[in-house]
Design a protein. Structure first.
Lengths: 174, 174
């Protein structure tokens, strides 16, 4: 399945005109967050640069795939990651903590509603962007055609992410 | 001429699959750096986000256009801008301070050689990137088909940029 997912990711990148080097292609990260149901809850990503000052990634979502709710906490005296999501392809339905949106377009994965609490809806189409402040819970789901999101942010420390679903492990222990 | 340049920029973005909002399109920055010869020395850019932590831009270069040599100085206790150039479309010939490259592919604009001193060549094709450290002089030129470069960086303060050519004003006085 993993190879098939990789092919679909490469096809989405191709449609968006986004070129990766061979090395980047080999380093494409595909994660089901240890939930075992990648097509429903998971994420694919490429990290272009992540240094002590800033980070840039490309997030690729399969059709209707959801990246589960999480937040980026402060670490010691450093504030949590601030991140700007810029939609490059497809449609992204982003939900952040705040006032509840009436009649949201999409729903959390079935049976997982307890782990999806952020309910202010932001719909991003190509060229549109939104900045998520540090410590704010958020989750996002792609529309029918999948989606590609450029993420510009402060330094990324994925291993500290706090997911609402206690079954999630972002980084494998091994 | 300006409208024609804008059309060419939009055409390059379109070829690269990069979508801007209407507002961004209206805010496209076209600068000849007060040299009056945009096609030879100049730059077009869109700033997606520039906050106190990070910055992301799209730089668009016309065919064989050169962005003149400059550096990003430290400001008070803050180090100068660190920036990662990622080529999205076309070819970019980037020159940074360091060991002289023998037989570089391109040359500085004719008659302006005195203002181009950085001569370590880095050639970037789509998917390739390079990080320029703070305070390092650099200039870059597009290949025959123009080029698009995504810039990921620390906070941008263009008004402090130091250009080697004393005739350059990055930001108009008015």
């Amino acid at each position: 399945m993993s190879e098939s997912v990789k092919n679909r990711v490469m096809s989405l990148l191709d449609k968006a005109g986004i070129v990766l080097t061979e090395k980047e292609t080999s380093q494409l990260e595909i994660t089901d967050l240890s939930l075992g149901d990648l097509e429903v809850e998971g994420l694919q990503l490429i990290t272009y640069i992540n240094n002590e000052d800033y980070c840039a990634k490309e997030l690729i979502l399969l059709s209707n795939q959801t990246c589960p709710e999480h937040l980026h906490p402060s670490i010691g005296s450093q504030p949590g990651k601030k991140e700007t999501f810029r939609c490059r392809f497809g449609t992204v339905y982003l939900y952040v903590e705040g006032e509840q949106t009436e009649n949201p377009v999409v729903s959390p994965p079935k049976g997982k509603e307890d782990f999806y609490t952020a309910n202010t809806e932001i719909v991003l189409k190509p060229g549109e962007q939104y900045t998520i402040q540090p410590g704010v819970k958020h989750w996002f789901q792609a529309g029918d055609n999948g989606a590609i999101v450029s993420e510009f942010s402060t330094t990324s420390r994925d291993e500290f992410d706090i997911f609402t679903d206690p079954n999630i492990k972002r980084v494998e222990d091994n």
